[in-house]
Design a protein around this ligand. Structure first.
Ligand code: KMH
Ligand code: ZN
Length: 271
């Protein structure tokens, strides 16, 4: 089996220090959390940034500061800015970090309820703009799908030339409003992507490690981090993103899967 790519979603846009005091807001905190995840075995940092008070922002200059800090501490890690941002942001706002020419960025492929009454909006025309922009700038998209219909959307966008093959997916399982996080959901999603695609899995909340273990066994990859889950085990808060990555590394060892370095992850993903 291919080596395991671990992505650390260190900050997110919705999670706060009230949920876990180690959630990073400042540039220094972002650097600290990226480094902890990288040292533990993460080869990709999925990045949202905040103002110092925790307000999510897609501001290009703030991204640049955080990316420079991460590169200083983890020179070879793959940095994958979010273009999802936070619920309610405009497309223009969300797209700003791609102007920094990262190797990867997320490309959300559908609209869904996003916990409570929030709606995460990704219309077909905005997906086309995001896809075209990433092709023009040579950025590999990580196709974020919160439900099976979003895989179908991505396949349609791929056929129309807005997303290149082979596609790399992130199945986000367990968002209130998206597909649930049962083993059958992951199997269904994995069976629904085109042959030759790669996938990683984000199990939200309590499903983080069951979905990670299943993905490791299925030959998929794994995303963990405070964006998706702040607990190391039931009732025990993780002290850092590094704790969460370490737990995935332990699972992978037990299940006989080696961990990819950033260079190996680049080869697997065709970066
Ligand atoms: N914060 C969510 C509304 C992404 O990074 O592309 C969207 C999100 C997806 O986190
Ligand atoms: Zn995200």
């Amino acid at each position: 089996m291919e080596k395991l790519i671990i992505t650390a979603a260190i900050s997110g846009a919705e999670v706060t220090k009230d949920m876990n005091p180690a959630v990073p807001y400042t540039v220094e905190e972002i650097g600290r959390e990226a480094y902890a995840a990288y040292k533990a075995g993460a080869s990709i940092i999925h990045l949202h940034v905040r103002e110092d008070d925790g307000t999510p922002t897609q501001n290009k200059d703030r991204f640049e500061l955080c990316i420079n800090e991460i590169k200083r501490l983890c020179p070879d890690v793959i940095i994958q800015p979010s273009t999802g941002g936070a619920v309610g942001m405009s497309d223009e706002e969300r797209l700003q970090p791609v102007e920094l020419h990262p190797e990867m960025a997320t490309l959300d492929c559908g609209t869904c309820n996003f916990g409570g009454d929030d709606i995460f909006v990704n219309t077909e025309s905005s997906i086309k703009v995001f896809g075209e922009t990433m092709i023009r700038l040579g950025i590999k998209p990580e196709v974020e799908v919160f439900d099976k219909g979003m895989i179908d959307m991505a396949i349609r966008m791929n056929k129309q030339g807005y997303i290149k093959s082979p596609m790399h997916f992130n199945f986000v399982l367990g968002v209130n409003g998206g597909i649930s996080a049962e083993p059958r959901d992951l199997v269904f999603m994995a069976e629904s992507i085109p042959h030759g695609s790669t996938f990683t899995v984000s199990g939200i909340g309590r499903s983080a490690f069951s979905m990670a273990a299943l993905s490791i066994m299925m030959g998929g990859h794994v995303r963990v981090g405070f964006e998706d889950n702040v607990y190391l085990s039931k009732g025990v808060l993780a002290k850092s993103n590094g704790d969460l990555v370490e737990k995935v590394v332990r699972l992978a060892k037990e299940l006989g899967r080696e961990i990819a370095t950033p260079q190996e992850a680049r080869a697997i993903l065709g970066l």
